[in-house]
Structures are given as structure tokens and as C-alpha cells.
Design a protein around this ligand. Structure first.
Ligand code: SF4
Length: 353
């Protein structure tokens, strides 16, 4: 790790300019209202803001707070109710962790400090630091992807170097103020969103343009990851007004309801598609004792963060209601009351149209 010595004058100017900019330019966000400066509000908003933009989060946050205005009302929420409010926002493990954490909070009171907060499911370095800084003005260093971008540019760090993360943390820690960190960390969040934007930073409007070492067009390019392509099959199995659903497992669609779905298999070219699909479907149907000829006509496409999925749909009308160990029959009209993913909504559009 390189050692960054930051002069006192630099640090003072950096903090002062950022705090002054914030006092005039801060965004008016629902969780920032004075009445919402409570653990519950900051916790819910910061968990939502991980992986999701402010613009997307606001309506979800409002809906969440309308349903459960405070921690006491949230104590009564079921996992399905939380997932229903969360559906469409993605990264559903966050919703499950909120559920697990509130189950703990029901039984024990926690203190607002990094150590205690990190004991709760779903609260890591970023969320615990943000809560401690915003609520009790602790001078803990708050670092997310946006704040990393400001530090990387301002100190001209090479994103491709192996120690870059440690260097960012080292610099960010040295720049964190002893007092007013509650405003400083939120100022960085706003600066990253309004000025030091991902694609084109608006350096002329930036409060630390004199201190910043960023040179336009000199940013080293991040090597692009090749995004994988995967195939899978989902089954739309009906009996009269009932359809077969499963509660999904695994990290991607955890705990959401979906039509029965096979595992996803990586595919390299289109020629491989048909034999792979046949193998996946044959295997799934054998396990579930279903005999049906495959017709792979309909499909939906969906992009997850790390792969593109092409999901083929097989429709089956059963003549009698068969019992399945891992699935449940649900009335078609009740599907809307089950928490489901964006992928499931796409499949529904395809099969119900
Ligand atoms: S001067 Fe430009 S690159 Fe540097 S922190 Fe400000 S907006 Fe970002």
C-alpha cells in the first residue's frame, strides 16, 4: 500500500469546501427530513440505497414507510409482506436480511455503534458507518462505490492497481472530519450524484476542483468483463384455474414465488441451445415425473448483474391435479398477492397475454 501524506491545510480546505457546498446544495430526500432522523428510517434507506439509485429508491422508501411507519409497526411484518413491497427493486437478499434483523431487534435493543450494528444481518461496513455518521455524528469513514469514485479521481489513483481499495480507504479515512461527519458523508454522496458523475464529471461546478488531480480523458479504462449467457426452462403448468408455483431458492430470486424453473446453464453459441434445452428439460421432467413433449416456442430474456438469461417456457395442461412435493397449486387470481421478481412478471406477461 502506498502511503498518502495529506497536509493539514489540504484537509481543512477539502472538508470546509465540501461542507459549505452541502449547506447550499443538499438534495431534499425523504429520509433526510428532521422527523426522519431516526435509526429506523436511516437503516431502511441505506439498505435500499445499496445497489439501487436514489431515484428508484424514493417511491419504494415511501411505500415502505407508509406500510410500516416505525420500527414497532415493522416488527409485525411477515417476510412475504416485505418481499411484496420490495418486488421490482432486485437484490432480494436485502429484504430477507431486513426481516431477519427486525426479528433480532424485537428481542434485544442495540446501541448505535459499528460493532453492535454489524451484528445485524445485512449491515456491513458501509451501512453501519453511514448510520453511525448520520445519527450520532461519529467520525467513521463512509465508503461506497460513489465515494470511491471521488477519491479515485481526486487523488489520481489507478483503478487497475491491486492496492487501490486499500489506498482509497486510507485516504478517505484521513479526510473524514472529527465533527460534522454526518453532513460531510452525505455531501460526498450528493457530490458523486450531482457533480462527480460516473461518465462525465462537471468539474467546473465542483467545490474541490482546486484540490482535485483529475485530468479529463486520462482516466484508465476498467477492463470490461465478458458477460456470460445462460439458458433455462420454466414450466407454466395448469389445472383448471390453478397454476403451479414454487418458492425459489438460491441467491438470485431467493424466497420469491415463480413458476417451476430449472437450473441455468451457460451457453457459448446458438448451435448449443436446442440440445442443451432438451437435456435440461428432460432432466427436470424426469425428477418431477412429468411426461410431456417439449416445444420451445416462447421465451423471455432477462439480464442479471452478471449474466444474460434466455428462459424458455413450456406450457402444460394437466388433466388431473397431481401432488408435487416442492411446489404448490395457487389460484390464478391469487398470483398477484405473491411476492415475485421482475423475471416472473415478464413470464406472466408472456403466458397470460
Ligand atoms: S474536480 Fe471533477 S473529478 Fe475532481 S472531484 Fe470534482 S467533479 Fe470529481
Amino acid at each position: 500500500m502506498e502511503y498518502y501524506h495529506i497536509k493539514k491545510e489540504f484537509k481543512t480546505a477539502w472538508q470546509k469546501k465540501i461542507l459549505q457546498w452541502y449547506s447550499k446544495n443538499k438534495r431534499d430526500l425523504p429520509w433526510r427530513q428532521k422527523k426522519n432522523q431516526q435509526f429506523y428510517n436511516i437503516w431502511i434507506s441505506e439498505v435500499m440505497l445499496q445497489q439501487t439509485t436514489v431515484k428508484t429508491v424514493i417511491p419504494y422508501y415511501d411505500k415502505f414507510l407508509k406500510k410500516w411507519p416505525n420500527l414497532e409497526t415493522f416488527f409485525n411484518a411477515s417476510l412475504d409482506e416485505i418481499l411484496l413491497v420490495w418486488q421490482g427493486m432486485g437484490y432480494y437478499q436485502r429484504a430477507k436480511n431486513l426481516y431477519l434483523a427486525k426479528e433480532i431487534l424485537k428481542k434485544e435493543k442495540i446501541n448505535i455503534n459499528l460493532e453492535d450494528l454489524k451484528k445485524l444481518p445485512g449491515i456491513g461496513d458501509y451501512v453501519s458507518s453511514a448510520i453511525c455518521a448520520i445519527l450520532v455524528d461519529q467520525n467513521c469513514t463512509v465508503i461506497d462505490g460513489n465515494i470511491k469514485r471521488i477519491i479515485t479521481r481526486a487523488f489520481n489513483l489507478d483503478k487497475n492497481k491491486p492496492n487501490v481499495e486499500k489506498n482509497i480507504k486510507n485516504i478517505a479515512t484521513k479526510l473524514t472530519p472529527i465533527k460534522n461527519n454526518r453532513f460531510y458523508c452525505q455531501a460526498l454522496m450528493d457530490m458523486a450524484n450531482l457533480i462527480c458523475k460516473n461518465k462525465t464529471p462537471d468539474c467546473l461546478a465542483c467545490p474541490v476542483k482546486i484540490e482535485c488531480s483529475y485530468k479529463v480523458n486520462t482516466e484508465p479504462k476498467i477492463k470490461k468483463r465478458l458477460v456470460k449467457r445462460k439458458l433455462g426452462v420454466t414450466y407454466f403448468i395448469k389445472f383448471k384455474d390453478y397454476v403451479l408455483l414454487q418458492r425459489s431458492e438460491g441467491r438470485i430470486l431467493e424466497n420469491l414465488y415463480c413458476f417451476p424453473i430449472t437450473r441455468f446453464v451457460e451457453v457459448n453459441n446458438e448451435l448449443e441451445e436446442q440440445p442443451l434445452l432438451k437435456a435440461i428439460a428432460d432432466n427436470w421432467q424426469k425428477i418431477n415425473s412429468i411426461t410431456h413433449n417439449h416445444v420451445f416456442s416462447k421465451f423471455v430474456k432477462h439480464t442479471f448483474s452478471h449474466f444474460h438469461l434466455k428462459l424458455f417456457i413450456i406450457e402444460i395442461n394437466l388433466k388431473r391435479k397431481k401432488r408435487f412435493a416442492n411446489f404448490e397449486w395457487v389460484l390464478k387470481k391469487d398470483i398477484v398477492n405473491k411476492p415475485s421478481s421482475v423475471l416472473m412478471k415478464k413470464i406472466q406477461e408472456e403466458v397470460f397475454c
